[in-house]
Design a protein around this ligand. Structure first.
Ligand code: GLU
Length: 451
């Protein structure tokens, strides 16, 4: 039995708690690529699948820092360097109490195929820590980032591995990480992406993932012969970088995004959400969404505990298109049924793997246009690669230039995924199309590079 099959058996038996999400991601890919493996013997002969599901290496390290009360705190840091067949390891850092090796392997594995789909020269990696930036002072975040980089700097470099942001890691954290790297190495180089614009960041990087998801969706709806998003009610989950910019782009194209969520509750504002207020609450004040209804008493705030267990309020709001932009497995089969019954025709994943396997099956069997994360949210990492190009050539591109390039990339990814699905006999199935197209690109490079 191969390594991949062995892992899937463990997943099915349920005896792999920490690695559950990793095996979930792996299982989906294995099922999707079956027609490719059957059509071309080389992938089996070269044991590509078994080689792909094991990371090249994983670094795990202790991070010791001092909080504002002079107490010494200890966290765990990680970097998973998964695959560099197509380019240097590339992928974000997540700071969240849920972070463990399993979650980072799942994210790193997804990142390999996502990065491949962009057509850009980047491999896949992921990292992070169980550190929780929530409720920490700026100074504490800086202390933690410095301590984290003291170890991480040994493993990264602009041609080796280029981390970026993810949940809990934005421009502030990247700034502190960059400052520490520079101090340790005396080298001013593009070793991180998502940097603030004033020291080497790319314009549009903060917007890229959210905007890109909307660009992808517009193209998918066009290919599938559906009505555009203009004038349509859309639901969005999350209230972080991805969600806020998906909302922004939806508003710019004339759609009506009516929701957002955080870990404690959901906002439903049927007239369309007030983005200025949301940005103020989430980006400046780092406050709870509950504050939203103080300014807009006609909007509804639904606390998590007030909603029946097992389902999520945001997916029970009637909409034309849904955009899960919060976190993994936030949309389950009950939610999928609610969306379908309420007339939703399109679901696009702005977060990484937000839909459970059962939810995805429901969408596909009901012919809902379903855009999987590794295709739909690849705009973030694509603009990260643009940032690497700008850093390497010591240049700066304008906002429109980056936005145009992003739009083209998202349309190309969407077309590539749709055509691949058609070629392999699963027309309209963007999950299989994305997995086959991404896998094929990495696998062909692995074969050409030898063992
Ligand atoms: N964390 C983002 C993702 O999931 C971005 C990674 C990057 O920019 O390297 O794709």
């Amino acid at each position: 039995m191969g390594i991949a099959e062995d892992r899937i058996k463990q997943y099915e038996k349920g005896n792999c708690e920490q690695d559950k999400v990793f095996y979930q991601a792996m299982e989906e890919v294995i099922y999707s690529i079956a027609p490719l493996l059957e059509s071309d013997e080389r992938y089996k002969q070269n044991s590509i699948l078994d080689r792909l599901v094991v990371p090249d290496r994983i670094f795990k390290f202790k991070v010791v820092w001092m909080d504002d009360n002079q107490n010494i705190q200890v966290n765990t840091g990680y970097r998973v360097q998964f695959n560099n067949s197509l380019g240097p390891y590339k992928g974000g850092l997540r700071f969240h109490p849920s972070v463990n090796e399993g979650i980072l392997k799942f994210l790193g594995f997804e990142q390999i195929l996502k990065n491949a789909l962009t057509g850009l020269p980047i491999g896949g990696g992921k990292g992070g820590s169980d550190f929780d930036p929530k409720g920490k002072s700026d100074f504490e975040v800086m202390k933690f980032c410095s301590a984290f980089m003291t170890e991480l700097h040994k493993y990264i470099g602009p041609r080796i591995d280029i981390p970026a942001g993810d949940i809990g890691v934005g421009a502030r954290e990247i700034g502190y990480l960059f400052g520490e790297y520079k101090k340790i190495t005396s080298s001013y180089e593009g070793v991180l992406t998502g940097k603030p614009f004033m020291f080497g960041g790319s314009l549009m990087r903060p917007e890229a993932t959210g905007y890109g998801t909307v660009y992808f969706t517009e193209k998918m709806l066009e290919i599938e012969g559906k009505e555009s998003l203009e004038g349509k009610v859309c639901t969005v989950s999350g209230a972080g970088n991805v969600a806020l910019h998906a909302i922004e782009k939806l508003q710019q194209i004339g759609a009506i995004p009516v929701s957002c969520t955080d870990s404690r509750g959901t906002i439903y504002d049927s007239r369309g959400v007030d983005l200025c207020l949301l940005k103020e609450l989430k980006l400046e004040k780092r406050a709870s969404l509950k504050e939203y209804v103080k300014a807009h008493p006609e909007a509804k705030y639904i606390p998590v505990e007030d909603y029946p267990e097992g389902a999520h309020a945001v997916w029970d709001i009637p909409c034309y298109a849904a955009f899960p932009c919060a976190t993994q497995n936030e949309l389950n089969d009950i939610d999928a049924q609610n969306l379908i019954v309420n007339g939703c025709i399109s679901v696009s994943e702005g977060a990484n793997m937000p839909s459970t396997p059962k939810a995805i099956n429901d969408f596909l069997s009901h012919k809902i246009c379903f855009a999987p994360a590794k295709a739909a949210n690849s705009g973030g990492v694509a603009v990260s690669e643009f940032e690497m190009s700008q850093n390497a050539s010591m240049s700066k591109w304008g906002f429109e230039e980056v936005d145009d390039k992003l739009k083209v990339i998202m349309q190309q990814v969407c077309t590539r995924v749709a055509l691949t699905a058609k070629d392999y006999g699963v027309e309209g199935n963007y999950v299989d199309g994305a997995n086959i197209a991404g896998f094929k690109r990495v696998a062909d490079a692995m074969i050409a590079e030898g063992i």
